[in-house]
Design a binder for this molecule. Structure first.
Ligand SMILES: Cc1cc2nc3c(=O)[nH]c(=O)nc-3n(C[C@H](O)[C@H](O)[C@H](O)COP(=O)(O)OP(=O)(O)OC[C@H]3O[C@@H](n4cnc5c(N)ncnc54)[C@H](O)[C@@H]3O)c2cc1C
Length: 600
């Protein structure tokens, strides 16, 4: 069984010493309440809840899974009680406006909470996690009446939310979606259709479930331009939220799957279900992006969570498992062999997970500042600017951190040798739970196309250019005056190379449209390694300065520097391999004809 200790020291390092959340909070209205004391108190409370309530349920959820019975779903033992504590603690509305029952704190504080909850028990965390996406979508696109009714209940946590996009024949390509919404005389709609893979689609945790559903109105244009968004409650209600009768929504079945067993993945059938349009007709996919972007950052946290949990649980084993002698001399003479942590290859696996966890945390928490700015912006221009910046980072965070999270989980299993494959240690659960993260919320392939296509080329390189400028600015400044000038030099070198590879790829694409798709995965991974290098360079500067000042916590800062050194020496060079692949001929991917694929 895995255990979880919230990495409060590292979170504090990131939010206080690296990113100065306190200064940031002074620039946004919701930040007034987020004093350092308040942030610390909330972090510690969330950490306690994660460690003491959620972590012990992680294995229970995996072993028991959810049970379906005639449309009703029972969650694993203890999930309901934990959810009740969550509601009573007022956690759900932490970062949502006070007028809808929230606590009005910045979005980034919600993110700290999500990391702690998600690492302790990802399956459980998905129930309130999906609600968050529904809440953000309602907040941005809902009418005042919709916000008063639905957002307030979701902020309380007495109702939960879902995201209903996927249908059996389409997940990535939502333009093929078929669910229908017929307008009614009273302004409502009747929805018909079947959605699959709906996370938290049915359960016994809350009084009502608010499905946020994509469907087509009659005569809507084909493809993505004819999709609208609807609120479809499981139970109909009066305007004040009193539950009346059952709506035409039923959970047809739940999936039997590789991991996240504690979270119900549902087939949801809509049979003349009453729904209400959210936002404008035929603009549903755009509105849904609010949800998807929330969910994508949420899924990036799943990658970070996998790296963190993997590292935490592999480390004690590596310290206490004795096998063969260290090549550099005996380390544990009183034992028949040395602890495996003395073997370089075991250290490589541990340090990889640690570097991805700490680097990923810095990346996500910095991105969270953009969500604060987006939500709190006083002008549309500022809102758009923050949303665009976040939009650029989202595919990198989502895809790179979930891919690296999976690698960490795999490495941590490997540290256990054969025992990693055995259920009782819980390491294989980390891997199974993390495996979905590269698939849902847009697969790595889709994120890669989004990055290079929409966020780089179609944007005219503006966001890309702005991001590079940030890296160069940090690099050149610290190349002259920094304490870790070698990292600044590497950062500049890899950014220059990134620019060159991007130009070459775009030039190739002008001759062959498949060049972008063929290079997209490697482009994304290069972008990920480079972005993480920027945060590791920053962290190294902070740690080196702290050590030079000679204060407390020497071991913490020295470990930070050693992990930074590992990142720059052992992980960042992988980007060169990705550059090599991305620059190779498109034909090596596309030349094989379909009949030769099968000729073997
Ligand atoms: C456990 C679980 C929970 C989920 N939760 C939800 C949920 O709450 N709500 C919801 O609506 N959905 C949910 N999903 C669905 C999930 O988001 C989709 O499965 C995912 O988006 C991929 O869609 P698909 O399965 O149809 O794959 P497809 O779209 O068929 O893709 C198959 C493969 O083709 C690749 N591909 C497709 N098009 C392209 C392209 N243009 N370029 C390059 N590669 C391409 C993909 O990357 C993938 O590798 C969940 C799925 C699972 C398994």
């Amino acid at each position: 069984m895995t255990t979880y200790k919230a990495p409060v020291r590292d979170i504090n390092f990131v939010i206080n010493e690296l990113l100065d959340f306190n200064a940031h909070y002074q620039t946004i209205p919701a930040g007034a309440e987020a004093t350092p004391d308040m942030v610390e108190a909330i972090t510690l409370e969330a950490a306690k809840f994660a460690e003491e309530v959620l972590s012990p349920l992680n294995q229970v959820g995996d072993e028991q899974g959810c049970q379906w019975n005639d449309g009703e779903v029972t969650t694993p033992e203890g999930f309901k009680e934990a959810y009740q504590m969550w509601v009573e603690g007022g956690w759900q509305g932490l970062s949502h406006p006070i007028e809808y029952g929230g606590q009005g704190l910045p979005m980034s504080m919600g993110l700290i909470k999500s990391e702690l909850v998600g690492t302790a028990n990802w399956s459980w965390g998905m129930y309130p996690g999906l609600s968050l996406g529904a809440m953000n979508t309602l907040y941005v696109h809902g009418t005042e009446a919709q916000k008063q009714l639905y957002l307030s209940k979701l902020c309380e946590g007495t109702w939960t939310g879902t995201m209903c996009l996927t249908e059996a024949h389409c997940g990535s390509d939502l333009g093929q979606m078929r669910s229908k919404a017929e307008p009614q005389a009273d302004g409502s709609y009747k929805l018909t259709g079947s959605k699959i893979f709906i996370s938290a689609g049915e359960h016994d945790l809350a009084e009502n479930i608010i499905h946020i559903v994509l469907a087509r109105t009659p005569g809507a244009p084909e493809g993505t331009k004819g999709i609208s968004l609807f609120i479809v409650p499981k139970f109909n209600t009066t305007e004040d939220g009193t539950i009346t009768d059952r709506n035409g929504v039923k959970c047809g079945s739940i999936e039997h799957k590789m991991g996240i067993h504690g979270n119900a993945t549902c087939v949801i059938n809509f049979d003349d279900a009453t729904g209400y349009m959210l936002g404008q007709e035929n603009e549903g996919l755009n509105a849904m992006f609010t949800f998807m972007n929330t969910a994508r950052i949420g899924t990036a946290i799943q990658g970070l969570a996998a790296s963190e949990l993997a590292y935490q649980n592999a480390l004690p084993y590596a310290l206490d498992r004795y096998s063969m002698r260290s090549l550099s001399g005996v380390k544990n003479p009183d034992k028949a062999g040395d602890a495996i942590i003395h073997h370089p290859d075991v250290r490589r696996m541990l340090l990889t997970a640690r570097a991805f966890a700490e680097g990923g945390r810095a990346m996500i928490y910095d991105a969270a500042k953009y969500s604060d700015r987006m939500v709190q912006a006083e002008s549309q221009e500022d809102r758009d600017a923050a949303e665009n910046e976040l939009g650029f980072l989202t595919p990198i965070l989502k895809a790179f951190l979930t891919e690296t999270g999976l690698e960490s989980a795999s490495n941590a299993m490997q540290v256990f040798g054969g025992h990693g494959f055995i259920k009782e240690h819980g390491m294989e659960q980390i891997y199974r739970d993390a495996r979905i993260a590269t698939m849902y919320e847009g697969t790595t392939g889709i994120q890669a196309m989004d990055l290079i296509g929409r966020k780089v080329v179609l944007d005219g390189f503006k966001l890309y250019g702005g991001f590079c400028k940030k890296l160069y600015k940090f690099g050149f400044k610290n190349l002259i005056s920094g304490k870790r000038r070698c990292y600044s030099a590497k950062l500049i070198g890899y950014t220059l190379a990134w620019n060159w590879h991007t130009v070459k790829m775009v030039a190739r694409a002008s001759r062959n449209r498949d060049a972008v798709g063929a290079a997209s995965f490697d482009f994304l991974m290069y972008s990920g390694y480079l972005s993480m290098a920027y945060y590791w360079a920053m962290m190294a500067e902070v740690a080196a300065n702290k050590l030079a000042e000679g204060g407390e916590d020497k071991a913490f800062y020295e470990a930070k520097l050693e992990t930074a050194e590992f990142y720059f020496s052992r992980l960042l060079p992988r980007a060169k391999g990705h550059a090599g692949c991305m620059n190779s001929s498109t034909d090596s991917v596309m030349a094989m004809s379909l009949d030769r694929f099968t000729a073997r």
